[in-house]
Design a protein around this ligand. Structure first.
Ligand code: AP5
Length: 210
């Protein structure tokens, strides 16, 4: 089963990708996480992407497609995968089709702007392993410390209020048109992602097994 998770920043794509990937033994592929890792390791790609991500803009399409092509060649994708946050432009969506990458279903996370703001302003991530928490909704056992690896929890640089605004605007202009694109293919499943994590992930599972 090959899936795309589509939705606004903070809609809960990453949180649910982790849960659904575990449940169905899929590889969870987040271009955002891959880029953040490249920035941390100061690779050439990371150096080029840093300012773009910090400003809330989109990394060039050819960089994203190169990441996806390489990542999908890993053996852990054989049983299926979730593309979390990619494609994010019509060009990326068409390139994925042209490469012959089969997509079975596209989960569209519908979420209100107030919820997005509350989720992103309260998000904390582990500086070492990238695990995601929320100061109210998904607390770590010890404040400021990652449950998984003991790393320090930090605020993502692109979760500053001004950058959130820019990311939302980029989503409206560049990514939202993909809802129509995938609606026409008959693969789109829209879910109400304003709900609690467990309820959202259950709704996705039910939709996938329908
Ligand atoms: P990326 O990391 O993909 O960011 P994003 O799409 O903006 O999505 P987020 O990670 O902000 O949110 P999410 O929907 O995964 O929510 P999460 O589960 O964390 O990309 C970052 C940047 O990289 C982009 O801006 C761009 O520059 C670049 N990039 C990446 N892919 C690209 C591409 N394809 N093309 C071009 N550029 C690209 O949840 C958010 C918070 O809410 C968390 O704290 C979580 O604990 C909490 N939460 C989640 N669900 C719930 C719930 N149901 N109830 C309560 N709290 C919840």
């Amino acid at each position: 089963m090959n899936l795309i998770f589509l939705g606004a920043p903070g809609a809960g794509k990453g949180t649910n990708a982790e849960l659904i990937a575990k449940k169905y033994s899929l590889a969870s592929i987040s271009t955002g996480a891959i880029l953040r890792e490249a920035i941390k390791n100061e690779t050439e790609m990371g150096k080029k992407a840093k300012a773009i991500i910090d400003d809330g803009k989109l990394v060039p399409d050819d960089t994203i497609i190169a990441i996806i092509k390489e990542r999908l060649s890993n053996s852990d994708c054989e049983k299926g995968f979730i593309l979390d946050g990619v494609p994010r432009t019509l060009v990326q969506a068409r390139m994925i089709d042209e490469l012959g990458i089969r997509i079975d279903k596209v989960i569209n996370f519908e979420v209100s702007e107030d919820v997005v703001l509350e989720r992103l302003s309260g998000r904390r991530v582990c500086a070492d392993c990238g695990s995601t928490y929320h100061i109210k909704n998904v607390k770590s056992k010890t404040e400021g410390v990652c449950d998984r690896c003991g790393g320090r929890l930090i605020i993502r640089k692109d979760d500053q209020p001004e950058t959130i605004k820019e990311r939302m605007s980029v989503y409206e202009d560049m990514t939202k048109p993909l809802v129509d694109y995938y609606l026409k293919t008959g693969k789109l499943i829209s879910i109400n992602a304003d709900k609690e994590i467990e309820k959202t992930s259950l709704e996705i599972s039910v939709a996938l097994e329908r």
